[in-house]
Design a protein around this ligand. Structure first.
Ligand SMILES: [Zn+2]
Length: 120
């Protein structure tokens, strides 16, 4: 992803894994796709046992030669990216705003916490 500029001026850096200010949003209508990934991984393991890796790749990636070059771990990673529709979310550590990915990559909408109503 790289870097993202928050409206407060803070630069949100995304160049490593395990970022505490980064998350993912999966709509309930797409959560089933997340579970289906496990079935595809199970199928891949079975295919590897019987030397049918290439058939599995063609079944899941179609006629894309690059996929045959991928490691098993990268196959699973790419499969996840293809099958599960997730939106990336960042929480600005400086101002607390939420930057919510919209549709295409690198398009974000910004949300900011509303102040609590006064109770006096
Ligand atoms: Zn900010």
């Amino acid at each position: 992803m790289g870097k993202l500029l928050c409206k407060c001026g803070h630069v949100i850096v995304d160049q490593t894994d395990d970022l505490p200010y980064k998350g993912y949003f999966i709509k309930d209508t797409h959560v089933e796709e997340l579970y289906e990934i496990f079935d595809h991984i199970k199928d891949l393991i079975e295919a590897l046992k019987v030397n049918k890796r290439e058939e599995w790749v063609v079944r899941n990636f179609g006629n894309e030669p690059y996929a045959l070059e991928l490691s098993d771990a990268d196959l699973i990673h790419d499969l996840w990216l293809r099958k599960v529709k997730v939106s990336t979310i960042y929480n600005c550590e400086h101002c607390g705003r939420i930057l919510f990915e919209q549709g295409g990559e690198n398009r974000f909408k910004t949300y900011i916490e509303e102040p609590d109503e006064a109770h006096n």
